[in-house]
Design a protein around this ligand. Structure first.
Ligand code: ZN
Length: 146
């Protein structure tokens, strides 16, 4: 029987997150995460426009079918807005948490390079500073699920 994966530490989403950082490099991953999060924020805003349009349509007198269609538009817009907001918040949370850990403890340079040898448990990412060469770990304690 297969058990559910543990959420902390070394959960599959955290391992996938740390692998993505190792594959792309931290700065590229960070940039993509911020762009993606802000795209979700734009989607949330557009969804709220859909909700507002649906509410305006609900005010108009029409048939029962039109009322159901307008109410469905409002519900779908609200659902999409909630989903987009959660994606935005999760993306910004991850970027902020890993951004705080990305500052070199030796020279305070932002960013790191991944070490070729990584811890086998996947709990954290072994990294080093490109400027001073100091080694540290990032990702431990970050909830990749938001
Ligand atoms: Zn450094």
């Amino acid at each position: 029987m297969r058990s559910a994966p543990a959420r902390h530490p070394g959960s599959s989403s955290r391992v996938a997150l740390l692998r993505a950082i190792a594959r792309l490099g931290f700065r590229r991953w960070y940039e993509r995460r911020l762009i993606e999060a802000h795209a979700w924020l734009a989607a949330c805003f557009l969804s709220m426009v859909i909700v507002a349009a649906g509410v305006e349509l609900l005010r108009l007198r029409g048939s029962a079918a039109e009322l159901i269609l307008d109410a469905s538009l409002v519900a779908a817009g609200a659902l999409l807005a909630w989903f987009a907001w959660r994606r935005y918040a999760t993306g910004m949370y991850l970027a902020a948490m890993l951004g705080e850990q990305a500052v070199c403890p030796g020279c305070e340079r932002f960013g790191f390079r991944c070490d070729p040898l990584q811890p086998p448990d996947g709990r954290a990412l072994a990294v080093h500073c490109a400027r001073c060469g100091r080694h540290w770990q990032v990702g431990d304690g970050v909830d990749a699920d938001g």
